[in-house]
Ligand binder design. Sequence first.
Ligand code: NAD
Length: 266
Amino acid sequence: MIEQLHQVASIIASARNLVAFTGSGISAESGIPTFRDPGGLWDRYDPDKLGSDGVATLGKITEEGRAFFREMVDTLERARPNPGHLALAELERMGILSSVITQNIDNLHWEAGNTTVIEVHGNLYRLRCLTCGRTFKLKKGEDLPAMVQRLAEINEQDSLELAQLMPKCRCGGMTRFDVVHFGEPVQDFPQAEHAAQTCGVMLAVGTSGVVTPAALLPGYAKGAGAKVIEINATGSYFPQIADFSIVEKAGEALPRIVAAVREILG
Ligand code: NAD
């Protein structure tokens, strides 16, 4: 294990261009359940149902949709970057990591300090105007809790459409969360593909590789000649592609790798 970590650190230390590709596992240690965690958000709510009933669209919010929204906001508002996110930000500051491609919508890579984050599934802290297309950021600690508060104030019997809850754009247009729902096209995929195909090393962290097209990115990196290093708490999900598979929590493995890279670089 220690031997493998040092091999990985020396590959990263001499990387021409390191790109990280992250999934919900990197945020698990920040208290956000992964997609398939038993008992987690996604296990208790049917995302497909919510997608068509209101959270995804601007239609009527069901009782289940309200409960899901409250719990999701509560979870995201409490979450802070963990040592795994912070290690990736440190690799960027060291001039090694050029970008993070993430499937997460939780904003934590930005909060950790990374400055090039390609969010293929969007960001829940961003709204998009349906009229002019402008996007704008929401303030953590303010905007989403205010929406939850407004939901609570409305009589449960009232029919509430999500459109009534969403802030209006300055052009007067209606807005929606700038996240990718089931069946919608991913965001910024050409940039993600380019980053994958031009990197020297890809670090695939905390992803089970089942959600496509994002899951294709490690294969694109490998096909273009990059080394692929996988970090996952429960096993290897890219056995045909990964040159190294570190089976460990991201928040433990990544800081140790960064410390070893520092040592190698002196
Ligand atoms: P996934 O749930 O399919 O896989 C998560 C993987 O992370 C699992 O293989 C698991 O073994 C691993 N893991 C769990 N804890 C870990 C840890 N501490 N360190 C390292 N690995 C750990 O998630 P996915 O592959 O990202 O796909 C699910 C989809 O759900 C994504 O598209 C994402 O958009 C969405 N999602 C996002 C969030 C978020 O924004 N934080 C949370 C849940 C789901």
